[in-house]
Write a protein that binds this ligand. Sequence first.
Ligand code: ARG
Length: 481
Amino acid sequence: MTRVGLVTDSSHKLWGGRFSGRTSPIMDAVNRSIGVDFRLWPFDIRLSKAWAVALWSAGVLTLEESKQLERGLDAVARRFADGESPAPSDEDVHTMIDRLLHEEIGDVASRLHTGRSRNDQVATATRMWAMDACQRVDEAIRELQSVMLRRARELQDAMLPAYTHMQRAQPVSAAHWMLSHFWPLDRDRLRLAAAARGASTLPLGSGAVAGCAFPVSRVLLQGSLGFSAISRNSMDAVADRDFIAEVIFSLALLGTHLSRLAEDLILYGSSEFGFVRFGDGFSTGSSMMPQKRNPDALEIARGSASRMLGDLTALLGTLKGLPSGYNKDLQDDKRTLFDAVDSSLLVIPAVAGTLDELAFVDERMRNAVSSTMMATDLADYLVHRGVSFRDAHAAVGQLIRLSEESGTELHALPRTAFRSAHERFGEDVFDALSPRRSIERRDVDGGTSPNSVKAQIELAVQSLVPPTETRGNELNLRAAG
Ligand code: ARG
């Protein structure tokens, strides 16, 4: 009988000197994270090059050694770019890079890991990845917002019911409805920029937990890697994953916003509403029912939001129970971060594509606006004639009851009915029942009047600028300004 999982292998390990027996393959399997963290390689290479320079300036390496390491890391990067795949023995991306570096430049590769640990290394690489991801998501959001803006421009003359409690409430410009989904995304962009700023604190130089024992210049590292700050406490730095929580929260909320837009469109696309028709590019058919055209992209957007919320819960659940310092539980932080970012980058363009090819059926939207929805306008009419809003509300309530009981729309009720509901109703009352007028009257900032919507579109255009450069070599943030 052999012991469970006991095997012989000679893998490239970053540890192992103190062990005499071999690692169980089961242990290798449970410990391995290369399947997840492989994508950190460009950032790990960059921070490793910066580290080689830092070790030289700290007097640990000769200039020649440092240069050899830099050249070796460039060669390793080229191998990654050419599609190098991990060996089965590579525990994680840091191990793989170390193995390839040895293959490229031999023994001098062993000098690179002086004074650093995978703990400060992975925290640094993940922060760099997160900052880059925030920018990529920002770009995707802006593209979706541009589609929204184009649709809003086209919809300025169309109207549809605005709903509260999913009951017809008041008529609004269809552009106003479209833009009601634009601004949540603008807030998401601000949150993402703030999350990127949160990620922009450099952990490198923290070592395993107590700080680096060689006099490396962390300021130099900060500058060359484009971080806006340096961590103040090494114990905190190796375990701080606040930035991931912030990124995932921003994305979960973004997912929530996309899900609400998707929900609107799915409803509006149903035969019952018929406000929109889905195009061919972003809908699917049924294997059984030939007549079907399904808005799958929107449904996937709606579903993805739940998974992103799950990512946030999983991460916070991991963090809350950890003792101080690095713990291996943290290895899973990247699964949640990558999943939330991947889902966002998949779903945002799919929603944009769906919206881009959507046909709006203006007539169906207009026909859903009934004169009962102008009840508030009717009450306002009385207010303009000196009646208190409370009395006006009661008088219009009477008219609504009458309209319901007689099955007659408000505008079709006889003049006498208005007179008997309130004496101040005059000949011009039917103007108050025009949905167009109802929309025009809401002429405040943020209202649905044509002027307000025009101003809103202008503001939306202005918001669509890329994040502005504030600090760091490559960190572009808009919110800081
Ligand atoms: N793969 C590890 C992670 O993602 C790297 C850090 C390993 N640190 C350690 N002390 N074993 O977290």
